[in-house]
Design a protein around this ligand. Structure first.
Ligand SMILES: *Cc1c(COP(=O)(O)O)cnc(C)c1O
Length: 408
């Protein structure tokens, strides 16, 4: 017996139909006016943030990493719920500023920031997470030119890595951040420049479902942050320890044990408060806030039998949802949770392979999965799709129309 997907309970069912934001899927599809589309549920996202607020240490600052889902309406909804935004481009910076979020709560990370991006960021007054000494010097020159003292933090590439992360982003040779061993020398230079030093940023990796690994990484981040603070040119006001909280996508994966992660965070928050009371602890989360509240919906065009195998051919696929096709960082292709959204309970079931319209075998949304028997006109729903969906997909590939996005 192969492992199955963790049971999804985030959306109720009414009249055999998935309910999104209290609207049946068939009615929502009429409202949207086309398939395919992405739908993100306000209620789910708000509840997720509320759960974190209840569980995590009280003084902890929660940031939303916009790259997980940059839809402007969603980011706007997030603005009053979180303490800050993390952006990674001038485009995301504009989206963040448009919400009215205070610039001091916006941080800008990412290797290879262009001078035009740095100028916008300095002019806006957001916190630049410096990824190299070269960037530090460019920011200082821009500050001088504009007559503004730039707010900066140093992104550190620690020696340790985040074990069991779906995507490792620290430890060893990396394009991200400044190697921990080089940070003391960089801080000496920073102290001589006209820069407003805020603190450190450590981001070890993403999509981690192991509470133990996350707690271990967070403890190491605090230790490293405190060690480096001895070289800081000013008191460390902010320590951003990343996040990397994962969500279950594939068969056999279980939801993150949030109470266990929170227990670890209470400990590190206490350690930090005792050693450095003026330092604000920041957690930045992307997918954990938005992935599970979103679905991708496409429509069945045709059924096809080939060598006894059922293919359900849809109007959506890889060009809209690269991650669900298995081509966004997966080593071995696995199925996202998929259902026939207007046949949630009653229909007979079959094993089928769901594909899109593209002329490539990579365009697959479900491989040999047990699903309700689908007919042309039915809706295929891909769950866990609120993060790294549309904005992480090659919409121009093959020239089909793009999907719409709605917040419900
Ligand atoms: C991508 C990224 C995040 C968000 O990661 P999630 O897996 O979506 O939580 C946070 N911080 C930085 C620096 C990132 O690059």
């Amino acid at each position: 017996m192969t492992a199955s997907h963790a049971e999804l309970r985030q959306f109720p069912v009414q009249d055999d139909c998935l309910l999104l934001g209290g609207i049946t899927l068939t009615r929502l599809a009429e409202r949207v006016g086309q398939t395919p589309f992405y739908a993100y549920e306000r209620n789910h996202i708000q509840s997720r943030v509320a759960l974190l607020r209840e569980t995590l240490p009280p003084g902890l600052h929660l940031h939303y990493a916009i790259k997980a889902n940059p839809m402007p309406a969603l980011v706007q909804m997030m603005a009053p719920l979180v303490d800050g935004f993390d952006v990674a481009s001038a485009g995301e910076l504009r989206t963040a500023l448009d919400t009215g979020m205070a610039p001091a709560g916006i941080s800008f990370a990412g290797p290879g920031k262009r001078n035009s991006e740095l100028r916008s960021a300095v002019a806006a007054g957001v916190v630049l997470h410096l990824e190299s000494e070269d960037e530090m010097e460019r920011v200082a020159r821009i500050g001088e030119l504009l007559g503004i003292t730039p707010r900066v933090a140093v992104r550190v590439n620690p020696e340790f890595e985040l074990k069991q992360a779906g995507m490792k982003m620290a430890g060893g040779a990396r394009q991200f951040g400044v190697d921990a061993a080089r940070v003391p020398a960089m801080l000496r230079k920073l102290g001589r420049l006209e820069l407003d030093f805020q603190g450190f940023h450590l981001f070890c990796g993403a999509q981690n479902l192991s509470a133990k690994a996350i707690c271990e990484a967070q403890r190491l981040c605090i230790e490293l942050g405190l060690r480096l603070s001895e070289y800081a040119p000013a008191p460390v006001r902010m320590l951003n320890i990343g996040g990397g909280f994962g969500v279950p996508y594939f068969p056999g994966e279980k939801a993150l044990d949030l109470p266990a992660v929170a227990a670890g965070l209470h400990e590190v928050a206490a350690t930090l408060a005792a050693a450095s009371p003026q330092t604000r602890l920041v957690l930045e989360l992307g997918r954990y806030l938005v992935a599970e509240g979103g679905v991708y919906v496409c429509r069945v065009l045709e059924r096809k039998l080939s060598h006894g195998q059922v293919f359900v051919i849809t109007d959506g696929g890889l060009h809209h949802h690269l991650a669900a096709s298995g081509n966004f960082g997966q080593v071995i292709r696995k199925n996202y949770p998929v259902a026939i959204g207007n046949r949630m309970l009653a229909s007979p079931r079959e094993v089928a392979t769901v594909v899109g319209p593209l002329c490539t075998p990579l365009d697959m949304l479900a491989d040999s999965m047990e699903l309700a028997r689908a007919e042309p006109g039915d809706y295929v729903v891909v769950f866990q799709s609120g993060a790294y969906g549309l904005s992480a997909s090659p919409t121009a590939f093959l020239g089909h129309p793009p999907p719409l996005e709605v917040l419900v």
